[in-house]
Write a protein that binds this ligand. Structure first.
Ligand code: G3P
Ligand code: CA
Length: 258
C-alpha cells in the first residue's frame, strides 16, 4: 500500500514532536568514551551537546561529597588504590586516579577522582547535572555544594533512597527530585507524589505499559529511563515518550533525535 504524502508528513511531524520532548542524559558522563564519573567524561558530554549528565555521589570519611559510583575504589582506580571510599578523607582521595584501566587501558591513567564541587563547577552554565545520591548522611553537604554554585535550577537530585529525597526536600524544597526504581509499579508513582518528586527514574525491568504511562501523566510525574544504549530501545523510549533518556552513548541518542 502506498502512503499518501500528507500521511507521511503527519508521521514525520509526530516523530519530530515526540523526539523534541525527550532530554538526553549522559550516564556517568559520556561514559562509553571516557571513564565514568570523571571530569573527562563530563567534558565529553558537554562537547557532544547533551543537555544533562548524570553522576553518582558517595561520601569521604570526613563527609565530603565525592563523585564515584561504587562504595569502593577497586573497579575504576588507576593509581593502585583499593578499599572503601568512606574510609579515606577528601585529601587522601585527592591522590586517587580513576582512569578505569580495565576498560580504557592507560589513556586516562591520571584522571582525578572529582569532588561534587569540582563537577558542578565544570558544568555550571554549560550543562545540567543529575546528582544521584548513593548514601544517606551527606544531604546537607550536597545541598550546600549546589547552593554555593548557585545551581538550584541546573540540577535534578536523584536517589533510590526515599529518606534521602525527604531530607533534601526539607533542606531545599526548590530542588527538583527524581525517585529511582529498577522495577517501578503504579504504586511507585504514588510514592513520588508523597516524596515531592516530580519524576520517576525507571530501570529496564519496568514495563512502560499504557496504564503506567497514563497514571504518570495524570499525576504529573515525568518518566526518565536508564540505561538505554541500543538504537532500537532508544526509539521505543522516544515513542513512549519518556521525558529523560539516560545513556552511556548520548551521541547515538542525539543522532537519532536529529
Ligand atoms: O540514573 C540512574 C542510574 O544511574 C542508576 O543506576 O547503578 O547506574 O547508578 P546506577
Ligand atoms: Ca547513577
Amino acid at each position: 500500500m502506498k502512503l499518501s504524502t500528507s500521511l507521511l508528513f503527519i508521521i514525520g511531524l509526530t516523530n519530530f514532536i515526540m523526539a523534541q520532548s525527550t532530554f538526553i542524559v549522559a550516564h556517568r558522563g559520556f561514559s562509553s568514551i571516557a571513564p565514568e564519573n570523571s571530569l573527562s567524561a563530563f567534558e565529553a558530554a558537554i562537547e557532544c551537546g547533551a543537555p544533562y549528565f548524570e553522576l553518582d555521589v558517595q561520601a569521604s570519611a570526613d563527609g565530603v561529597p565525592m563523585v564515584i559510583h561504587d562504595e569502593t575504589l577497586d573497579r575504576t582506580s588507576s593509581s593502585g588504590h583499593t578499599g572503601r571510599v568512606d574510609h579515606l578523607t577528601q585529601s587522601e582521595l585527592r591522590q586517587v586516579h580513576v582512569g578505569y584501566p580495565s576498560k580504557f587501558g592507560a589513556e586516562f591513567a591520571l584522571e582525578p577522582l572529582p569532588t561534587l564541587a569540582d563537577a558542578l563547577a565544570l558544568a555550571k552554565g554549560r550543562i545540567k547535572v543529575c546528582v544521584e545520591i548513593k548514601v544517606s548522611g551527606i544531604e546537607e553537604a550536597i545541598v550546600r555544594d549546589i547552593q554555593e554554585q548557585g545551581m538550584d535550577s541546573e540540577v535534578v537530585v536523584f536517589s533510590f533512597l526515599p529518606d534521602v529525597l525527604r531530607r533534601v526536600h526539607e533542606l531545599a524544597p526548590e530542588l527538583p527530585l527524581l525517585f529511582l526504581k529498577e522495577q517501578a509499579s503504579v504504586q511507585d508513582l504514588m510514592r513520588c507524589s508523597e516524596l515531592n518528586a516530580g519524576a520517576i527514574g525507571v530501570g529496564g525491568r519496568t514495563t512502560l505499559d499504557a496504564a503506567f504511562v497514563q497514571t504518570a501523566r495524570e499525576a504529573g510525574i515525568q518518566i526518565w529511563r536508564w540505561t538505554v544504549d541500543e538504537p532500537d530501545e532508544m526509539w521505543n523510549m522516544l515513542a513512549v515518550p519518556v521525558h529523560g533518556l539516560i545513556s552511556n552513548c548520548p551521541d547515538k541518542a542525539l543522532r537519532l533525535i536529529e
